[in-house]
Design a protein around this ligand. Structure first.
Ligand SMILES: CCCCCCCCCCCCC/C=C/[C@@H](O)[C@H](COP(=O)(O)O)NC(=O)CCCCC
Ligand SMILES: Nc1ncnc2c1ncn2[C@@H]1O[C@H](COP(=O)(O)OP(=O)(O)O)[C@@H](O)[C@H]1O
Ligand SMILES: [Ca+2]
Length: 594
């Protein structure tokens, strides 16, 4: 098989002569007729986008000149993203001339066979959903002007649905025939992605006869890949899995059939599934921001900055009881400063663990409604107090607003989530925390912030508050907080904590009186409501008391994680090693075409 893919011959690019070599894994061309500094351009076959006979241009797509000795190769070219963490991918194009038509046909045939062999997950047929109202309302334009021509070039056929209502994509995926599709593409933001996620997970469990309501059930991973073309307001899932928010980059990841597994958190209330989450499940600040922002959707993505400012000024904190099941601390830690990048070793090691021991985990959730059980893997920990925010995330949650994310060392596919507890503190401290989320400063190196790597979380209200409902900013039915009574001192009101480490806990903060500068005291809200709402990937949950469980690698995206120079180099070395092993195994030399 491998021998059929190899080819070497003279090729011309313009009026320069090159030696072109296809090894099966790589296609490279080196300038000849040059005494020194021979320049070689090497493209991994897995990153070839398409091969066309003749001289072909794309955007607008046309055959400029069809000489019968020419062929054009399109491939992935990386360029710096100028500040973001990943690379922008662009379409590279080189037009080659062969000494004969026979050789030209050999080149195109070999290249096409090689790319089928080396990227088996390349999609042939995709189901595309466009939310025309997401973000700056440019979804349709982005798809038709940027993405569709690339799909066409790569020989991908797509069935496109422009949604007319919320949940249309989810309902379609739950009910309609999906045979013949290799993947589903979402053109929109995190909310639109969430629809696709719910449709595909729900459909897969229906077909497997599994009950999604049961938090103990081991869910079936979805067979269809999901591609995201970012056209939303936060685009966190795209940014955290690709490293940039750029439709061309994302389209190219889809075309080459990249595959990135993703952890998913199931959220339950009273023995029923409420929703799934992959990015932010946030109570307190992030819940309030979402609730406020819905009133200002007309502002587009800016609604979050505006609402964030209003909610910050309203200076709220909420009482709650958080219980969590810690993940194995020997495997990784949210403060180990190891970022989840392309080819992440923490996630790779998790793959085997997740799929070999998953049946053991059922016992941990089976008694969730009465009492939490424990097993050899760890014990449930319970903390109670007042929080500025409680956040649970299965990934870093990096996005353009927060380039390293809410939990910079969280992993995309390790089967765990990071629980961030921000205890009640004075407004200046909280501002410091929020500001650190937007910079490279460690947001966990603050005495009122805790982070835990977890497998499951439960949140409930202290007794007496269960019946309360969320009040919008300026609403009634509220508690009066100490600050609002005119006090210039706040306290962390963690009333009980069990099994917490001795240092750096919210309890310490309870002992420490904080002075609040008078100008920071609650500016626009005179009352604090008793409860907040949960922001679940941009949707408000209808319940406050929830149980969450992380399901490792439940879905796969057309992505490969965030690339940096080191990950690209590792990837090249790995591909060269594979190639060497293959050559040794086949014991074959190159098949010289000319
Ligand atoms: C006063 C300004 C506060 C600055 C804090 C900046 C920190 C931003 C962290 C954002 C994390 C985002 C996690 C992702 C959440 C999305 O699922 C959700 C829905 O997105 P979309 O469908 O695209 O609208 N987005 C949000 O909840 C926005 C949170 C923004 C808070 C300022
Ligand atoms: N045609 C439509 N009309 C109204 N809402 C829609 C439509 N299509 C999708 N939605 C909903 O819009 C919400 C926000 O979409 P999203 O693409 O995430 O944009 P944004 O990032 O700006 O919030 C999603 O929850 C989705 O369910
Ligand atoms: Ca994770």
């Amino acid at each position: 098989m491998e021998t059929d893919l190899k080819l070497e011959s003279s090729l011309w690019v313009g009026n320069k002569r090159y030696r072109g070599v296809l090894t099966g894994w790589h296609f490279y061309w080196t300038e000849v007729d040059k005494n020194r500094d021979k320049k070689t351009i090497s493209v991994p076959v897995a990153e070839v986008v398409g091969v066309e006979e003749g001289c072909v241009e794309i955007l607008p797509r046309k055959s400029v000149e069809d000489t019968d000795k020419d062929f054009t190769v399109f491939y992935v070219k990386r360029s710096s993203s100028g500040g973001s963490s990943g690379f922008l991918w662009r379409l590279g194009r080189t037009q080659f001339s062969c000494p004969s038509r026979v050789l030209r046909d050999q080149w195109t045939k070999h290249l096409r066979t090689a790319l089928k062999t080396h990227s088996p997950l390349r999609p042939k047929r995709l189901l595309v959903f466009i939310n025309p109202f997401g973000g700056k309302r440019k979804g349709r334009k982005i798809y038709h002007s940027v993405v569709a021509p690339l799909f066409e070039l790569a020989g991908i056929s797509s069935h496109v649905i422009v949604t007319e209502r919320a949940n249309q994509a989810r309902d379609h995926l739950l009910k309609k025939d999906l045979t013949d599709f290799d993947g589903v593409v979402c053109v929109g933001g995190d909310g639109m992605f969430s629809e696709i996620l719910h449709g595909l997970i729900g459909r897969t469990q229906q077909e497997a006869g599994l009950c999604e309501n049961d938090p103990a059930v081991i869910l079936q991973p979805c067979p269809l890949h999901i591609g995201i073309i970012p056209a939303g307001s936060t685009d966190c899932v795209c940014y955290a899995t690709v490293g940039v928010v750029d439709p061309v980059t994302s389209a190219l990841h889809i075309i080459v059939g990249d595959s990135q597994p993703l952890d998913v958190c199931s959220v339950h209330h009273a023995s029923a599934l409420v929703r799934y989450s992959v990015s932010l499940l946030g109570y307190g600040f992030y819940g309030d921001v979402l609730a406020e922002s819905e009133k200002h959707r007309w502002m587009g993505p800016l609604r979050y900055e505006y609402s964030g400012t209003l909610v910050y000024l309203s200076n709220r904190s909420y009482a709650g009881i958080v219980q969590y099941l810690p993940a194995d601390p020997l495997l990784s830690s949210p403060r180990d400063k190891i970022r989840c990048l392309s080819g992440c070793s923490v996630c790779s090691r998790s793959t085997e663990r997740l799929f070999s021991h998953s049946s053991d985990s059922a016992s941990l959730y089976s008694s969730h409604c009465s009492q939490f059980s424990s097993d050899s893997e760890g014990e449930w920990v319970s903390v109670e107090g007042r929080f500025r925010c409680v956040s649970l995330t299965c990934m870093s949650c990096s996005c353009p607003r927060s380039p390293l994310g809410l939990s910079p060392s969280a992993h995309l596919a390790d089967g765990t989530g990071d629980l961030i507890l921000v205890w009640d503190t004075n407004p200046l401290d909280f501002l410091t925390y929020l500001h650190r989320q937007t910079s490279t400063q460690d947001q966990f190196d603050l005495p009122f912030v805790e982070v835990h790597r977890v497998k499951a979380v439960r949140f409930c209200l202290p007794s007496g508050k269960e019946g309360e409902s969320y009040e919008e900013i300026g609403g009634g039915n509220c508690e009066i907080s100490d600050e609002e009574r005119g006090s210039v001192e706040t306290e962390n009101s963690a009333s009980s904590q069990q099994n917490l480490a001795e240092t750096g806990t919210g309890q310490e903060m309870a002992d420490e009186q904080k002075t609040v500068p008078p100008f920071m005291c609650c500016l626009c809200c005179s009352k604090t409501p008793a409860v907040s709402v949960w922001n679940c990937d941009g949707e408000i949950l209808p319940f406050t008391e929830i149980l969450c469980r992380i399901h490792g690698q439940l879905v796969h995206l057309y992505a490969r994680g965030i690339e940096d120079e080191a990950t690209i180099q590792n990837c090249r070395e790995e591909s060269n090693n594979c190639e060497r092993r293959c050559i040794l195994h086949n014991k074959t030399g190159l098949n010289f075409g000319l």
